[in-house]
Design a protein around this ligand. Structure first.
Ligand SMILES: [Zn+2]
Length: 268
């Protein structure tokens, strides 16, 4: 399987690719606005990504963070287009050196190749001159960066959104930082949110705000149960239900218990 869906939202185009179509967590959307490309898709989806990219000239390529579903074709695109992808500073060393990914992720996304990147330009803009403002939003990953286009009211959210109701967390995610990042982005004005997994979300500001409220409530409830002496597992069962196949299959790298344990640490 290759190209799964196309998106056209005004001047924004997107292509959804993915080896497996189990849901939004196994597919990925590469977005393009004119000659600006945002993220590159997973390494095992090079053919459909290349076809999409070859439809128009590309002037600049921006990465939201180093995870392989976002950066996985950056090395090939760099060679193919003869340009250097730009990446947020905290992820550049890891991108250059390469990194290992767990077996389940390798099955879904393939194996990423190391890639040399350039720092984000000081004045990022679309070809019509309208600004693209990078917003550092750590939590999901240290280098996660959203791209805000204030003139158009767009937010390219990387993995900041994903869902109104987060149920799993990676073992390396920091929920306190993630919630601070949601607050930072909610101080901006935008309407359409471009999530590379969920797809375009109209009313994106409200959706992100709902995600923050959900997480705040989850933290309050988890901490209230902990103060009554409940164990992490009892809190997990009460709030999110038992761990499911994703948690077990990923060896708890992507699991509900990670979310519960982080929710207990968030200062309220
Ligand atoms: Zn990610």
């Amino acid at each position: 399987m290759a190209e799964r869906e196309r998106f056209h939202i005004g001047p924004i185009e997107g292509v959804r690719v993915g080896r497996f179509g189990f849901g939004i967590n196994t597919t990925f959307i590469v977005y393009r606005i004119d000659d600006t490309l945002i993220d590159t898709g997973p390494p095992n989806q090079w053919s459909p990504v290349k076809r999409f990219v070859d439809e128009r000239p590309v002037r600049q390529l921006l990465l939201t963070h180093h995870h392989e579903d976002h950066s996985g074709n950056a090395a090939r695109l760099s060679q193919h287009l003869k340009l250097t992808p730009m990446a947020p500073e905290p992820g550049r060393a890891k991108l250059a050196r390469g990194f290992r990914t767990p077996p389940l992720q390798r099955l879904i996304w393939g194996r990423p190749e190391p890639v040399e990147t350039a720092p984000l330009a000081a004045q990022l803009a679309l070809s019509d001159g309208s600004p693209i403002n990078p917003i550092a939003t750590p939590g999901h990953a240290k280098d996660l960066t959203c791209y805000h286009l204030p003139k158009q009211g767009w937010l390219f959210s990387g993995d900041l959104y994903l869902s109104r109701k987060l149920r799993y967390l990676r073992s390396d995610e920091n929920l306190t930082q993630l919630m601070d990042s949601l607050r930072r982005v909610l101080a901006l004005e935008f309407d359409t949110l471009l999530c590379p997994h969920r797809g375009p979300v109209a009313g994106g500001h409200e959706a992100l705000s709902a995600k923050l409220r959900y997480l705040e409530q989850l933290c309050e409830r988890a901490q209230a149960l902990a103060s009554q002496g409940k164990s992490d597992t009892a809190i997990l069962h009460a709030l999110l239900g038992p761990e499911d196949w994703l948690g077990h299959l990923s060896r708890y790298n992507l699991s509900k218990i990670n979310l519960v344990r982080q929710a207990l640490k968030v200062p309220l």
